[in-house]
Design a protein around this ligand. Structure first.
Ligand code: NAP
Length: 259
């Protein structure tokens, strides 16, 4: 399918690896020029070089922490005028509800709620002026079904979801859509780290932790970054202009709910 976005420009934050990289690659495959970002420059430069040579699009890289003021200023300078924004950042650490102090919540809110909001506030006006734009926020299945050990994620991402629910309906009339993609477990470094935590806590191997987790997923496996990226690229396509303010689960059926 021709996504109809060849020649457009996207900023994908936190995109040297994992789900962000999956989104960047799928957009590049559709002919979209990119601004990519991550803290570590080695993996970022390697990912950008692969994309340039595989898909022939322009890729600019900004190595910085997108959750900081300085990082946001740097990426926004490069992302000025983009048609597509995909927001992403690392997820908060696991723990239990009684573990976290104010500082932990502030950090999670900064990364997984206020950073995407800052990026949207900066880039939505240009998209609205030009009469076309797409925003996809990478959140989590924890928005629909809380994960006990990820209370910081449950809380911060719920805040972002509320902001998007209201904002998406205020910008849709200008040809700009905002939607959230909610990953269940996907085979990335984040999944390895979560499985490592389970292995340590339960005294089982990482492979056993992964097998046990797979048994809770109707699809019987972890998702891939390529599948996730393809869904993101579709939401950024010309065909998705009537999809507004939605929270779309990509979880292999893991969340057991009718709606
Ligand atoms: P990942 O494989 O660990 O990749 C994270 C990417 O983000 C890397 O490129 C990393 O590069 C970059 N990054 C992290 N923090 C950053 C920051 N502060 N500023 C700029 N770049 C940053 O993670 P993932 O699995 O793709 O997950 C992406 C998001 O989806 C996370 O918020 C995660 O919690 C959420 N999620 C993932 C899953 C899953 O199963 N994978 C499920 C639900 C939700 P650097 O380290 O070099 O910065």
């Amino acid at each position: 399918m021709d996504l109809g976005i060849k020649g457009k420009k996207a900023f994908v934050s936190a995109s040297s690896k994992g789900l962000g990289l999956g989104c960047a690659r799928a957009l590049a495959e559709a002919g979209v020029d990119l601004v990519m970002n991550a803290r570590g420059s080695d993996a970022l430069e390697a990912a950008a070089a692969d994309i340039r040579s595989e898909f022939g699009v322009n890729v600019e890289t900004i190595a910085c922490d997108v959750t900081t003021d300085a990082g946001q200023q740097a990426v926004l300078k490069a992302a000025d005028g983009v048609d597509i924004l995909v927001t992403n950042a690392g997820g908060p650490p696991p723990g239990m509800w009684h573990d976290w102090e104010r500082e932990d919540f502030i950090k999670a809110l900064d990364a997984n709620m206020l950073t995407p909001i800052t990026l949207m506030k900066a880039l939505l006006p240009g998209m609205m002026d030009r009469g076309w734009g797409r925003v996809v926020n990478i959140t989590s299945q924890s928005v629909k079904a809380p994960l006990a050990v990820l209370g910081l994620s449950n809380a911060a991402r719920a805040g972002l979801t509320g902001y998007v629910a209201g904002t998406s309906r205020q910008v849709a009339g200008k040809g700009v859509t905002i939607n959230n993609l909610l990953p269940g477990i996907h085979a990335t470094d984040r999944a390895k780290s979560l499985d490592g935590g389970v292995s340590e806590k339960q005294g089982i191997t990482v492979e056993e932790a992964k097998t046990a987790r797979c048994a809770t997923i109707p699809a019987g496996r972890y998702g891939t970054a390529d599948e996730f990226g393809a869904a993101c690229a579709f939401l950024c396509s010309q065909h998705a202009g009537f999809i507004v303010g939605q929270n779309i689960l990509l979880d292999g059926g893991g969340v057991n709910a009718t709606l």
